[in-house]
Design a protein around this ligand. Sequence first.
Ligand code: XMP
Length: 518
Amino acid sequence: MQHDRLLIVDFGSQVTQLIARRLRELSVYCEIHPFHTVDDAFVTRFAPKAVILSGGPDSVTRPGSPRAAPAIFAAGVPVLGICYGQQVMMDQLGGRVEAGHHAEFGRAFVTPAPGHADDSIFAGLFQSGREEVWMSHGDRVTRLAPGFEVVGTSPGAPLAMIGDPVRRFWAVQFHPEVHHTPNGRKLLENFTRLAGFTGDWTMGAYRDEAIARIRARVGDGKVICGLSGGVDSSVAAVLVHEAIGDRLTCVFVDHGLLREGEAAQVVGMFRDAYNIPLIHADESGRFLAALAGVTDPEAKRKTIGRLFVEVFEEHARAVGDVQFLAQGTLYPDVIESVSVSGGPSVTIKSHHNVGGLPEKMGLHLVEPLRELFKDEVRALGRELGLPASFIGRHPFPGPGLAIRCPGEVTPEKLEILRRADAVYIDQIRRHGLYDAIWQAFVVLLPVRSVGVMGDGRSYDYVCALRAVTSVDGMTADYFPFPHEFLSETATRIVGEVRGINRVTYDITSKPPGTIEWE
Ligand code: XMP
């Protein structure tokens, strides 16, 4: 990797990933590594151009609490300590930190210390005299390390920001990486520019490097890639295809739980538009047979997951003489977390990638998106010429419509669900709302209700419409559709979809609900 690299040492803050995201937005290449893996030898190997020490839940006053590798401070590169990182710096560089002062959480306002308003680390900040920041700390620094001075203060935190401009060390008590510090990104930008970063992390450059790395890894070997129709696996497939051409074969396992027209779209795009060798494994019969009588949500997921791996393996073996498996694994899936282990994403992914298969089949992994966040994958997709409408698609879960059909999944119910979902999405597109929504879909409830249609009585299914806004799927709010939209959509669904006579709208946020119903 030719880029300038910034090392983020993770002390277990819940928001460490946000530091990386903000830096990537600034076109700065960075990696997060847990403190216990970063020793002096690691720092030398990594050769960072700058280091950020993250926040964390511990207290440096506790014996045995985490510290930074000494090489970080000896490397001659700029260092920024955030919250716990600030305390680590003070403790290791000769200052003093005390516990037991009242904790400070939430919004605060920082002003430059006298004589520091023009510091280059503050370039473009303090336009209105002060900056809003997000504080979250318990301990506090009571004596500065030699060389340090106060550069910014807040009423509750006299040492809100301290610095040693000669060594280019800075430390803040607040969190510049979070949304609630509106100009925090600017502070991080100033830090990286002072460290000499030029913003050389662009998708165009990444694409060329990734292609070179894939070629070097694969040599003249053959690769298979499981396509799900989602953005990640698609971008991975197109990238690998650019690197090694027809030595890539894609296997698209169609489990019969896709939305209307989706399978045809995937086949059309990859086989016809991109000319990528593609096996369309239409296995819907097998999946539906396995799901017969299964009503428990977890049992459904497990059944689908198990069969998916089995079917994928059969088709992969049929390709013959393959040494590599390409996967669209993303950076959030590989960051080794210090604190909260896993997030939902860890469990979410396990079933629908082909867990365990590489070892079983003796395949080596090719994971060209391992360093990227989701929004960067989208940018790479655009760089590779994938259609904008495809890249902007709402996420779709691996178990597909099975988890949008509470109760037993049957071909009849799937057909009704597909029709209703197509009408709903069409409505959303017609009203220009698709891109404002994170995910929208119909859930077909295992309930029938009485209605009156024309002069007759109906006794049909009830469906629930779901639409949420979200940043990452971890939390979500229901989308505030205008009433006219809802009534028009209900009228269309009941009128156009046989089998549904009642429509409801789900107004639960996450938490306490989840986005999907199962
Ligand atoms: P929940 O329902 O947990 O969903 O709030 C959060 C996000 O994850 C997606 N999701 C899944 N994706 N396999 C997937 O690939 C799954 O089993 C799965 N379950 C939920 C969901 O669509 C939402 O975007």
